[in-house]
Design a protein around this ligand. Structure first.
Ligand code: SAM
Length: 306
């Protein structure tokens, strides 16, 4: 995998599971998706999920250069590059000259032409290996807190299902602010959401909260952290995805460790927390019947300011 990735054109900064440093807080660790890179798309909803998420993100994106941080396999990035609509200044020019009027969430328009270049970075060389055909020449292995890009060089920074995996969210947002041009935007979609009223959700939520209690707190930390860094939140909403899944399928996925909170679980924690969750899922009524699981993922749009 490393030799293939060595050909990535912008490979400047190879780090797997990079340590993220900050002078104000203890070193935290980001979560590289290398362990499930080969299976990621199949087990996370593939093109249908990418289409749903990009549909939620696109109305908030300007034309110009979009940096997809934690781009993974590039399945969402490629849709962001191709997709309409775009927020622009309506002049037919890319929004990169900052003369546009998109200063708050109310001016989302669908009539602007899209001229968009998407650049992807990720900690995991294995994930990016799959993105090569989707974003040729526009990939780098890099930590969200040390981006290999010049100051003021991008029009928007996107995080899809990423921020809660980053060890130091403040440092990542500071870095996003550095690479954004004046009035550039951050568009962040959280990967943390369990469907309301779904009989599997309480079991999975309990499992996650026990194994990785910080994860939920990290998702809630985005807006306060963004304000501290100097961003102005201009929109908070949700993006919906949906999937069919049965309790037995979810139990199988847990047993196969397809979720990041299970990658470093000790034998003791497995016996005390994971095995009972699997048992509870399999004990639900009609465990082979697929439920339609509807997820409303928090979406935040931030303005960098002048
Ligand atoms: C759940 S995946 C999402 C991938 C992609 N955005 C998507 O929606 O398909 C999270 C990704 O974030 C990457 N990641 C985690 N921490 C990171 C960091 N500090 N810098 C860059 N990428 C990171 C992981 O390697 C992984 O590929």
């Amino acid at each position: 995998m490393r030799s293939a990735a060595a050909a990535l054109p912008l490979e400047l900064n190879i780090r797997d599971n990079a340590r993220v440093t900050s002078s104000e807080r203890p070193v935290a660790r980001s979560v590289s998706y290398a362990p499930i890179a080969a299976r990621y798309e199949r087990v996370r909803g593939g093109f249908a999920r990418a289409a749903e998420l990009s549909t939620g993100v696109l109305p908030w994106l300007p034309a110009g250069v979009i940096l997809d941080v934690g781009a993974g396999t590039g399945i969402v990035s490629q849709r962001l590059r191709a997709g309409q609509p775009s927020i622009g200044d309506g002049s037919g020019e890319p929004a990169g000259d900052s003369s546009g009027s998109w200063t708050d969430g109310s001016d989302a328009r669908t009539d602007a032409p899209t001229v968009r270049r998407v650049v992807g970075v990720d900690l995991s060389i294995e994930m990016l290996g799959q993105a090569r055909s989707r974003l040729p020449g526009c990939l780098a292995v890099a930590d969200a807190t040390h981006l290999p890009l010049a100051a003021g060089s991008v029009d928007a920074v996107v995080y899809v299902w990423v921020l809660h995996h980053i060890g130091d969210i403040d440092a990542a947002l500071r870095e996003a602010k550095r690479v954004l041009r004046p009035r550039g935007r951050v568009v962040a979609v959280s990967g943390l959401s369990e469907p309301a009223g779904d009989d599997m959700a309480p079991i999975f939520e309990r499992l996650s909260a026990t194994l990785r209690p910080n994860m939920g707190r990290r998702a809630g930390a985005v807006v306060p952290a963004a304000r501290l860094v100097g961003f102005t939140p201009i929109h908070e909403g949700t993006v919906r995805t949906s999937r069919g899944m049965s309790p037995n399928e979810l139990a199988n996925a847990i047993e196969q460790r397809l979720f990041s909170q299970l990658w470093d679980t000790s034998e003791e924690a497995w016996a005390a927390v994971v095995a009972p969750a699997v048992k509870a899922l399999r004990a639900l009524p009609r465990p082979d019947r697929r439920r339609r699981r509807v997820f409303d993922h928090p979406l935040v749009v931030l303005d960098r300011g002048p």
